[in-house]
Write a protein that binds this ligand. Structure first.
Ligand SMILES: Nc1ncnc2c1ncn2[C@@H]1O[C@H](COP(=O)(O)OP(=O)(O)OP(=O)(O)O)[C@@H](O)[C@H]1O
Length: 276
């Protein structure tokens, strides 16, 4: 593996200010079909981190994310939330939002109605929710589209609605499962910049599943590379940079080095050499 960029990233809080938000300990997942998706996966994600989960197709990235979200049980091991209040389902109530690869919008509802849904499910009236919805729509650049229907939006705009819907409840943790994989490169880069800005502005913790070395190297404060199935952590390292991650960063030597490091680690993971 090449050496990692050594300069401090000014947007990542120092370790002493971070607290573990979620801790996966020795998690295994065997589906009823007999498929062993995860084995002995351990990972602690701290408040304020932007962690990308990267790994070969089928290594269990989505499974790990879904387990953290409470959308699937573990076969073995534990998920702990050391700094959250836990509900009867073992989850930190209201603290997690999920963004899927498909925006999964309700076509019969306006943008406003789609973003309102999670607040409606909490029994909040439309009138009481209005300010929060308009604020989050402005944050994702859709302030003028509250009354539009999904069919009137581009793919990138639909994904922004999906992100707004995830953020409107002000979660501590945003889980994103290949959210931009189906978008063209320009839209993907714009949304990468939007997500980074949201992360900086809100201090939210993000766990981001991606296939893309370039995307993970651009976005992450930390990269977790998983081994081929059954999935577990192959390598886990911070990605530091002294530069603001913007268009200039994309053409910088630091970014090139980061991509090289991530790419080589991914090749090792596929090859089976363990660095963790
Ligand atoms: N509900 C399920 N029932 C049975 N097997 C499943 C289920 N969901 C996932 N799997 C299997 O578990 C393994 C891990 O799948 P998962 O989708 O988590 O991988 P992934 O790393 O996210 O893949 P990709 O990068 O291709 O999206 C795969 O072999 C998959 O076929």
């Amino acid at each position: 593996m090449t050496s990692l960029p050594s300069t401090e990233d000014p947007i990542t809080p120092p370790p002493e200010q971070r607290r573990a938000l979620v801790v996966m300990k020795d998690v295994s997942k065997v589906f009823s079909s007999g498929t062993v998706a995860l084995t002995g996966m351990s990972l602690a994600v701290n408040s304020g981190e932007f962690v990308s989960l990267l790994g070969p197709s089928g290594c269990g990235k989505s499974t790990a994310l879904r387990i953290i979200a409470g959308l699937g049980d573990v076969s073995k091991g534990t998920i702990d939330w050391p700094s959250s209040r836990i509900n009867s389902r073992g989850l930190p109530e209201g603290d997690i939002s999920f963004v899927f690869q498909e925006p999964t919008l309700m076509p019969w509802q306006t943008v406003f109605g789609n973003v309102y849904l999670p607040l409606k499910l909490r029994g909040i009236s439309r009138a009481a929710a209005r300010d929060d919805i308009m604020t989050v729509l402005a944050t994702v650049g859709l302030g003028d589209f509250a009354n539009a229907y999904p069919r009137e939006l581009s793919g990138g705009m639909k994904m922004r609605v999906s992100i707004a819907r995830a953020l409107v409840t002000k979660p501590k943790l945003l889980l994103m499962d290949e959210p931009f994989a189906a978008l063209d490169e320009i839209t993907r880069q714009k949304l990468n910049d939007d997500v980074l800005r949201l992360w900086r502005e809100t201090g939210i913790t993000v766990i981001f599943v991606t296939h893309s070395v370039f995307e993970s190297a651009y976005l992450s404060s930390r990269i977790v590379v998983m081994k081929a199935r059954p999935g577990r952590v192959h390598a886990d390292f911070p990605l530091k940079t002294s530069l603001l991650r913007d268009a200039h960063y994309r053409t910088s030597e630091e970014y090139r080095q980061a991509c090289e490091t991530v790419s080589e680690t991914l090749l090792e993971a596929i090859g089976g050499e363990d660095t963790h």
